[in-house]
Design a protein around this ligand. Structure first.
Ligand code: F6R
Length: 606
């Protein structure tokens, strides 16, 4: 999703703006631009595509201003072409924006009638003309922004600079996060603290509805009602983090390989490994009294939640309702007070998940969020935050965040099961021990990647791939298909193995690889039967299992052995082969693995 940066500097800022934007590349974008105040007037450079195109433009036509804003755009309104790239500007004001101005059509009609000419197809340009109009009518920049903000509907973050004002930037947050960085006689603004890490670790986060008047040596923050407010300066850990790929070719590869370490880290936060017990944080409710759990999330995080449903229903015997957040938010689900509502989100900013959270809160639910970004909006609006501690995930396709989400959900299921009297001390010790062994099993699989390179030859030639799984491993089939399609652009679908006969089997022929996620658990024989049905129709079977290949009873196109593990932890372990399959296929196809086309890391629009 779009990234915003801004700098009030003591030297030309264009290069530093690009540096900061580079750290936001992971969010996904299709054009970029910067604008600065140049000897009192505004100048901008924009380019389609990657930041290197913008750098080329800047090397030919440099900007020298000491005050500037920058943007990476993920197109919502208007094609990803230079004309629609941010910053948008008039002779008075330049604006970068993340989010959607929902009433922009009305504003555009009103401003056009007043004589303003729009040069782009974006919603953002309405903000430019609204502020310009107010300034033409005698308002100061601050007054013009204040009045304009009152007219905007939607979820957005804005950064604004002004012609003739070298020491002024205004930022506003309504739905999309913004971080202000404090330097020494310099000030910074970014969509997150990672963007600002090269410059400062002293960060002030704007709260929902806040807007800020930023100068080199002062910061004034106002809340939605216009009241002056103080927000603390916190020390950000992001500065210490080196956002680089280490020895890996892609961030995604690095993040897949980090999983043993980060899962250990997550588990150590929720387990007392010595005692063999879950050490779960206080959710502010008596877990033994929870009669109903609802889970809501999007994409990969939703699949983590789906595994959570299987775990909680089976081990805690509590009914779990789950839905993708974009559906949950509008279907007016009845929620009797007293339930636990769990929201899973890597970024903590996903618009649909946030809207569902607010709905659940209004309906008297206890809100727990499983997030990677603890300062995120979802975390802040929750009664209890369960951090996944995965560290920054830069690859757009989620990998380590998924398995760390699973680790937290597994601990939650045990905590609920124990509280409800369905898990005794011995069972708890057994399940905790199973979790403790997960990083070792994943490490073993990561030592042996060659077979995925061979398999990628087969998958990269396919135009459709089907993934099958049963029970708690069905969500892993869904996640495997999502990973493959998002980074290799090969059409893939996941199905519950038992559903195959009810339609999807019509798709099978000798050109279709069918990936079967089938641990030797209580459902193994049933999945093997489904696999044989596929084999009988000529499908190329890729079996992922801890059972020997000869248990398949049919010819295999490939066999991916998996270590023997407790069935409870299989989703964590089987997630890794499906990630590696997708990764190596995408590498072989030469796609942009870390920033696949059309995708954004943080989806702050619905
Ligand atoms: C896929 C992927 C997405 C996200 C989804 C939710 O690899 O990463 O499907 O899982 O956009 O994002 P978060 O977890 O940030 O709410």
């Amino acid at each position: 999703m779009c990234g915003i940066v801004g700098i009030l500097g003591s030297k030309p800022v264009a290069i530093d703006l690009i540096d900061a934007l580079r750290r936001l590349e992971y969010r996904g974008y299709d054009s970029a631009g910067v604008a600065t105040v140049e000897n009192g007037h505004l100048e901008r450079r924009r380019a389609e595509g990657k930041l290197r195109n913008l750098e080329t433009r800047l090397s030919k036509e440099p900007l020298e201003g000491h005050t500037g804003i920058g943007h990476t755009r993920w197109a919502t309104h208007g094609k990803p072409i230079e004309r629609n790239a941010h910053p948008h500007m008039s002779d008075k004001v330049s604006v970068v924006h993340n989010g959607i101005i929902e009433n922009y059509r009305d504003l555009k009609a009103e401003l056009t009638a007043k004589g303003h000419t729009f040069a782009s197809d974006t919603d953002t340009e309405a903000v430019v003309h609204l502020i310009t109009d107010a300034m033409q009518h005698g308002c100061t920049p601050v007054e013009a922004v204040r009045r304009s903000l009152d007219r905007l509907a939607g979820a957005f973050a804005l950064a604004i600079i002004f012609a003739g004002h070298d020491d002024l930037m205004i930022a506003a947050r309504q739905g999309s996060p913004l971080a202000i960085g404090h330097g020494d006689g310099e000030m910074y603004l970014g969509s997150d603290a990672i963007a600002l890490a090269p410059f400062t670790d002293r960060i002030t986060y704007l709260d929902e509805g806040d807007w800020a008047v930023i100068k080199r040596r002062s910061l004034e923050i106002y809340d939605r009602s216009g009241k002056r407010v103080e927000r603390p300066i916190v020390k950000s850990a992001a500065s210490a983090l080196l956002v680089d790929k280490g020895n890996h070719r892609h961030f995604m590869a690095k993040e897949i390989h980090e999983q043993p370490e980060v899962i250990s880290h997550t588990l150590s936060n929720y387990l007392d490994m010595g005692e063999g017990r879950v050490n779960f944080p206080d959710l502010g409710v008596d877990l033994s009294q929870i009669l109903r759990v609802s889970i809501s999330a999007c994409g990969t995080a939703y699949y983590a939640g789906l595994v959570g449903k299987y775990w909680i229903e089976r081990y805690a015997r509590i009914p779990v309702e789950i839905d993708v957040a974009s559906e949950f938010r509008y279907r007016e689900a009845p929620m009797s007070p007293g339930g636990l509502a769990v929201f899973v989100s890597q970024s903590g900013e996903t618009a649909d998940t946030l809207a569902t959270l607010r709905y659940a809160k209004e309906h008297g639910q206890r809100i727990a969020s499983i997030v990677n970004v603890r300062t995120s909006t979802i975390a802040r609006e929750s009664h209890a935050v369960l951090p996944i501690l995965a560290g920054p995930e830069i690859g757009v396709a989620s990998t380590k965040a998924f398995t760390c989400q699973l680790a937290v959900l597994a601990c939650l299921a045990i905590a609920l099961g124990r509280a409800r009297g369905h898990i005794d001390t011995a069972k708890e010790r057994e399940l905790v021990q199973a979790l403790v062994e997960v990083p070792r099993h994943i490490s073993a699989m990561l030592r042996d990647e060659d077979k995925y390179v061979d398999l990628a030859h087969t998958l990269s030639k396919a135009s459709d791939v089907i993934y099958l799984g049963r029970g708690i491993n069905y969500p892993i089939a869904l996640e495997g298909a999502l990973k493959l399609k998002e980074i290799s652009y090969i059409h893939a679908e996941g199905y519950a193995a038992g559903e195959l006969k009810h339609g999807p089997i019509a798709l099978i022929d000798e050109k279709v690889p069918v990936v079967v996620v089938t641990p030797a658990d209580e459902l193994f024989d049933k999945t093997i039967s489904n696999m044989q049905e596929v084999a009988a129709r000529g499908g190329q079977i890729v079996m992922i299992s801890n059972a020997d290949a000869d248990h398949a009873g049919c010819k295999l196109a490939a066999y991916i052995p998996v270590p023997d593990a407790h069935p409870f932890t299989n989703p964590l372990i089987y997630a890794v082969p499906v990630q590696l399959m997708a990764y190596h296929t995408a590498v072989q196809m030469g796609t942009d693995v870390d920033q696949p086309r059309n995708l954004a890391k943080s989806v702050t629009v619905e």
